[in-house]
Unconditional design. Structure first.
Length: 284
């Protein structure tokens, strides 16, 4: 077999010099601040995303740009926002929502449980939280009969802004179950016909907050369910394990933790019962 060297195709075409040292600087910063590990395979992606910031604020070198990131909190935020990956969709990995609807909610009904707390950790643009809300709404788990609250958090403040607005491209429709569409979502008309908007019945259940999972958390209540899906995949193994332990500490007894389908985290059996389909139930 011939060994073909990996060529970074972007290299020749770069408008600004982006050396190994620059990449290492970004890598170290992101790991420390967000837990996100950017491997060498991400060099072109990192360059491509950051270069837009350089152009926008009118600086000519990465060195100059990093100095600004160090000095100014708002550019630090924009820098982090630029490097997060926010792919999501309504009812992504639907089995978790099916379990909530068909197993957990009937169980709660039987127990006469009336105080419900759910956390969507790493919620991106909010589709995950609205999917949860639409299920709770459809099963009448809403105020005033129920004290229901969904907390949806992310460290990326740009995606949180989109989440708060609850306006999405119309294609979002396709992944929402038919019977949940009518009560929870409105199709735009006229100039807005290519958009979909969430209804107040859903919005009222959710609070969106900027929270970095690497920092300490202060919550009034523990949670019945934590969704943290397709977030830890970007973290190193030891950080993932630490986070799982912290999530366990924030779950009520019997609480459910849902992680992403490709997040194979060692040591998950500790303190959890595995239910299958990347769902874990806190033992005690
Ligand atoms: C790929 S999206 C997943 C969205 C949703 N959970 C889903 O599964 O569709 C990952 C999200 O995690 C967020 N994230 C990454 N590191 C984070 C951290 N340290 N604290 C909070 N959010 C983080 C990113 O900003 C991004 O919006």
């Amino acid at each position: 077999m011939i060994d073909i060297p990996v060529v970074d195709v972007m290299k020749q075409a770069r408008e600004f010099e982006f050396s190994d040292m620059h990449f290492r600087h970004v890598q170290k910063f992101m790991l420390k601040e967000t837990g996100i590990f950017l491997s060498e395979r991400k060099v072109s992606m990192v360059y491509g995303r950051l270069v837009r910031r350089l152009r926008l604020i009118g600086v000519n070198t990465f060195k100059e740009y990093f100095d600004i990131v160090n000095r100014k909190a708002d550019e630090r935020e924009a820098f982090i926002n630029a490097l997060t990956t926010n792919k999501t969709q309504f009812f992504r990995e639907k089995h978790h929502f099916d379990y909530l609807r068909n197993d957990l909610l009937p169980e709660w009904k039987k127990e006469h449980k009336s105080n419900i707390r759910i956390w969507s950790a790493g919620c991106s643009t909010g589709e995950e939280a609205y999917s949860i809300a639409s299920i709770l709404e459809a099963s009448s788990f809403v105020p005033p009969m129920y004290d229901t609250k969904i907390l949806a958090t992310d460290l990326d403040t740009d995606v949180l802004e989109i989440a708060r607005q609850g306006i999405y491209p119309l294609e979002g429709y396709q992944s929402i179950p038919q019977d949940l569409l009518k009560n929870g979502f409105i199709r735009g008309k006229g100039l807005n016909k290519s958009f979909l908007k969430t209804k107040a019945v859903l919005n009222n259940l959710i609070s969106f907050r900027a929270i970095n999972l690497m920092s300490s958390w202060e919550f009034k209540d523990d949670f019945d369910v934590i969704f943290c899906r397709n977030v830890m995949i970007y973290f190193e193994k030891n950080m993932q394990q630490e986070l799982i332990e912290r999530f366990r500490g924030k779950l009520r007894k019997g609480g459910l933790l849902c992680i992403g389908h490709s997040e194979n985290i060692p040591g998950m059996d500790h303190g959890f019962e595995y239910l299958g389909n990347t769902m874990f139930r806190k033992k005690n």
